[in-house]
Design a binder for this molecule. Structure first.
Ligand code: C2E
Ligand code: MG
Ligand code: MG
Ligand code: MG
Length: 279
């Protein structure tokens, strides 16, 4: 009895594992095709200063609309791409596409004063890292300080030498650097000392329970005070309620991003969003 149960359990486990593994294999296969055929797309999420109107910046987010499975979340396909050496191709595509779209629509600089890209540890690998960024940014028609790279502490620390090498070159050309998901890594404070950053981005997990969790509220206040003391811009992500916005403002946060203000959107929607702001 016990023995047959054990065998059944094993069989169930094996087939579930098999399904899981083969789904990932298919997803990986499809992702390679999507990259090769330029079937990924970009979404834009506006950012705002808390004491002014108008857009302060826009974060670019990768999107993959799978022909059969529908929208696949970046939290699924970005780690997959990172694990299989595809992330640099995605970064190149996203940067080139967004810069081209916003340049053609004449939104960059005037309407979109800062354009932020998410980058991964592998983007900073070997001698090609610098070259690739320089190439991806070559189509910019103006000052490169319009560009910001968002990197997480975790990815920064995975490849610290590479990151520092590339960032030193890009900083000289004006590119800005933001530390994304701040507070969720292992050594936020030392990362601040190691990298040439201009902004910290408070992770949305701290923002979520701001109104109900006194500990999170104190943490957020402390991160903002620290950023202010270090002359770093501080932005909160995942802002969904007026309560959160109010708290962030009185704590001295500079900027906000979240569904309360605007969701990630395609180029057309961004154009009308900007038009509505100025009318
Ligand atoms: P992230 O860079 O921390 O981006 C913030 C995520 O929060 C985005 O999810 C955004 O859509 C979502 N978000 C924005 N406002 C709100 C809000 O008010 N409430 C909630 N609940 N969520 C909000 P998304 O687009 O699914 O991206 C997830 C993550 O995938 C990103 O986190 C980033 O780490 C990664 N990612 C996305 N695009 C790229 C890319 O082009 N390259 C790389 N390397 N990573 C990317
Ligand atoms: Mg980000
Ligand atoms: Mg983040
Ligand atoms: Mg995140």
């Amino acid at each position: 009895e016990a023995k047959s149960m054990g065998t059944n359990r094993l069989r169930v486990y094996k087939s579930e594992y098999g399904e899981h593994a083969s789904r990932r294999t298919k997803l990986l296969f499809d992702l390679k095709a999507a990259i090769a055929n330029r079937r990924l797309s970009v979404a834009y999420q506006p950012q705002f200063k808390l004491d002014e109107s108008g857009i302060s910046g826009v974060e670019v987010l990768a999107r993959w609309d799978h022909p059969e499975e529908g929208v696949i979340a970046p939290d699924v396909f970005i780690p997959l791409a990172e694990q299989h050496g595809l992330i640099c191709d995605i970064t190149d595509f996203i940067m080139q596409t967004a810069i081209q779209e916003l340049t053609n629509a004449d939104l960059l600089y005037r309407q979109v004063p800062r354009l932020s890209f998410n980058v991964s540890a592998a983007d900073f690998n070997n001698s090609h890292g610098t070259e690739r960024f320089l190439h991806n940014l070559a189509e910019l028609t103006g000052d490169w300080s319009v560009i910001e790279l968002e990197l997480t502490e975790t990815s920064a620390l995975l490849n610290l030498a590479g990151v520092k090498g590339v960032l030193n070159v890009l900083r000289e050309r004006g590119v800005q650097v933001s530390l994304d998901d701040f507070g969720t890594g292992y050594s936020s404070l030392s990362t601040l000392r190691l990298l040439p950053i201009q902004e910290v981005k408070i992770d949305q997990s701290f923002v979520r329970d701001l109104a109900t969790n006194a500990n999170d509220a104190r943490l957020v206040k402390t991160i903002i005070a620290m950023a202010n003391a270090l002359n770093l811009r501080v932005i909160a992500e995942g802002v969904e309620s007026q309560q959160q916005a109010h708290y962030l403002k009185q704590a001295g946060c500079d900027e906000v991003q979240g569904y309360l203000y605007a969701k990630p959107m395609n180029l057309k929607a961004l154009q009308s969003f900007i038009k509505n702001l100025s009318s």
